[in-house]
Design a protein around this ligand. Structure first.
Ligand code: AMP
Ligand code: ZN
Length: 135
């Protein structure tokens, strides 16, 4: 896509802090990191979100994340990492070229990505039934 910023990064048309690339994916540091070493992995081929990605590119993005995450931890001194993907506007997606966030985590860094609420039995039952019909 011509006016997609991540397509431009993938083609080398705009500068980025590249940390990894292969024939299918490229990874670079997020310009607005939520923690030190926050990086993004994107497929070179444009797709808007997970649901329109080729299976091969999904595998390539996660295989790259598996390789990159330990390097990010070693380089930053992080002791863990989160993998995240925002899909569509209501989920906070801002760049509509599929990408996976790798967020290094440090003991007691105070970052709260998910705040859990108790899942009630009745809700769980309804949800499981509804999801099983759709899968
Ligand atoms: P989201 O679509 O919500 O998953 O977020 C897009 C992410 O891309 C944000 O964390 C931005 O900081 C990051 N971002 C946007 N433009 C660039 C860029 N040119 N280089 C690196 N990261 C970027
Ligand atoms: Zn794109």
């Amino acid at each position: 896509m011509t006016d997609c910023i991540f397509c431009k990064i993938a083609k080398g048309e705009i500068p980025t802090r590249k940390i990894y690339e292969n024939e299918r994916v490229i990874a670079f540091l997020d310009i607005s990191p939520v923690n030190k070493g926050h990086a993004l992995v994107i497929p070179r081929k444009h797709s808007e979100d997970l649901t329109s990605m080729d299976d091969e590119n999904i595998a390539a993005v996660f295989t790259a994340a598996k390789k990159i995450a330990p390097a990010l931890m070693k380089a930053t001194g992080a002791t863990g990492f989160n993998i995240g993907m925002n899909n569509r506007k209501s989920a906070g997606q801002l760049v509509f070229h599929s990408h996976v966030h790798i967020i290094p985590r440090f003991d007691d860094d105070g970052l709260k990505l998910w705040s859990g609420k108790e899942l009630k039995n009745e809700t769980a039952k309804e949800l499981v039934e509804a999801i099983l019909k759709e899968i």
